[in-house]
Design a protein around this ligand. Structure first.
Ligand code: EPU
Length: 433
């Protein structure tokens, strides 16, 4: 997979079949970081084959950890004794993946110091890490900055009460990972409640951590001196499930999302049902049926259990081909409507006003050359292209590969007309990429 790949998509009509939902990106990256907390051999299963996992694997290797991909989603991580760990995350890797920040908690807890290049913003705006730093400071770490690097030190973390200003997902994960080896009791108030936080807590508990309340707004941790290695299955990716759901919603058809968990995506499923998609849930997964005739609905993104911001580009895409006018409000990331310009090139009738968009549905879109600017925006353009007359070329596929395992092959297996081409394969398309 090269940086110059593009997706070429043509409308295919309804999608049919079954797709296996892979492990959750926003869980596995934290689980990989959490292995730093215990010396020994860890086993992670259901790990998706995506670029972000490879980058975090490289980050761990630079810390002195051995990471091997054993096939079929099984990753073996061997963590050395504390004195052999190098608690550093370089600019080269942090600039590739902002989630690198999650090594801070485990490294501070394990090594008593950490050096991290300052993470920059994202394509959807500035993304500070002040809540993480405030949390670690409450546990007794001190920080300084030099030449774009953050240096954290502690004489040994001690439990404390941490009140998050906002229920930040990754700050909750990071502080939780620091607290499990801190001396005494930590309480995280206004904690994030995402299923991925519960997944992390359950892996940490299986390693010997004492954690109560994960999945609620108040997490209590009693520090323990030592943890043992993990053997853990990653939960299914609810955003990936939502992406396939959006694909069948717009294209029509009947698709079984094998492994998708209704209890992780309840609010989204309610919204999608009100848009006109028929949803049936079973213990094995979620069945989505659609005639491709969607209705307008208003949506606001919120922290879990609200409708996640990661679904927002998919929702806006569905509503662009719905009957009627919808308003979508984005309450987490100010810049997360930048992809709307690309949807407009495809004929979507969308008006942006601050953190709201007004969408006047139109029955079909039209093919265009568009650019994916981040993971979810990219996949939303793929979904849009399924109902765009003519041909759509989506560049910036590397963003999609960060979070989706070979999505084009899996969509094709459902009947979609999508192929990956390298830019040089495209005659007269030298400007794509
Ligand atoms: N925030 C701060 N200070 C902080 C941390 C967060 O001001 O120290 C703000 C953010 O700027 C944002 C809000 O708090 O306005 C919420 O951000 P949060 O920390 O919850 O986001 P995150 O943990 O950095 C994770 C996912 C994102 C997802 C968000 C929201 C990972 C690796 N990333 O980010 O996923 O959008 O939660 O659910 O878990 C994606 O998968 O495409 C993606 C961007």
């Amino acid at each position: 997979m090269t940086d110059t790949s593009v997706f070429v998509v043509r409308p295919s009509g309804p999608l049919f079949g079954s797709v296996n939902i892979k492990g959750a990106k926003n869980s596995v990256l934290k689980l990989m970081a959490a292995t730093l907390l215990a010396e020994g051999t860890h086993h992670l299963h259901n790990v998706p084959d995506i670029t972000d996992v490879k980058i975090v694997a490289e980050l761990l290797r630079r810390c002195g950890v051995s990471v091997s991909f054993a096939g079929e989603g099984h990753v073996i991580i061997e963590v050395p004794p504390t004195e052999k760990i190098v608690p550093r995350a370089s600019l080269e890797l942090v600039s590739k993946i902002r989630a690198s920040v999650v090594v801070m908690g485990p490294l501070l807890a394990r090594c008593n110091w950490v050096e991290l290049a300052q993470p920059g913003g994202d394509d959807f705006g500035s993304r500070p890490i002040d809540y993480h730093i405030e949390g670690f400071s409450a546990l007794g770490a001190t920080f300084s900055e030099r030449d774009g690097y953050l240096f954290g030190r502690t004489e040994g973390l001690t439990g404390s009460r941490v009140v998050l200003e906002f229920p930040s997902h990754t700050a909750t994960d990071n502080i939780l990972m620091a607290a499990v080896l801190a001396e005494g009791r930590t309480v995280i108030e206004n904690a994030a409640r995402e299923p991925e936080v519960i997944d992390l807590a359950s892996m940490l508990i299986s390693m010997g951590a004492d954690i109560r309340g994960a999945g609620t707004s108040r997490i209590e941790v009693q520090g323990v001196p030592k943890l043992s290695p993990a053997d853990h299955w990653v939960i299914p990716d609810r955003v990936e499930a939502a992406s396939f759901l959006a694909a069948v919603a717009v294209a029509g058809g009947e698709v079984f999302l094998r492994g998708a968990r209704e209890d992780h995506m309840e609010m989204l499923l309610r919204k999608v049902a009100s848009v006109g998609v028929h949803i049936e849930t079973t213990p094995q997964g979620i069945l989505a049926k659609s005639e491709g005739k969607l209705k307008a609905v208003d949506v606001s993104t919120l922290p879990y259990p609200g409708v996640a911001t990661d679904y927002q580009p998919l929702i806006v895409t569905m509503l662009s081909v719905a009957d009627g006018t919808s308003v979508v409000s984005e309450n987490l990331f100010s810049g997360r409507f930048r992809y709307v310009e690309e949807l407009r090139k495809m004929g979507a009738d969308i008006f942006t006003d601050g953190h709201h968009v007004v969408i006047r549905g139109t029955p079909r879109l039209k093919g265009a050359r568009v650019q994916a600017s981040d993971i979810r925006a990219g996949v939303a353009l793929v979904v849009a292209a399924l109902v765009a007359d003519g041909e759509t070329e989506i560049s910036g596929v590397r963003h999609i590969d960060r979070g989706y395992e070979r999505i084009e092959e899996r969509l094709r297996a459902l009947g979609a007309d999508i192929e990956r081409r390298s830019a040089q394969d495209l005659t007269g398309c030298a400007d794509v990429g």
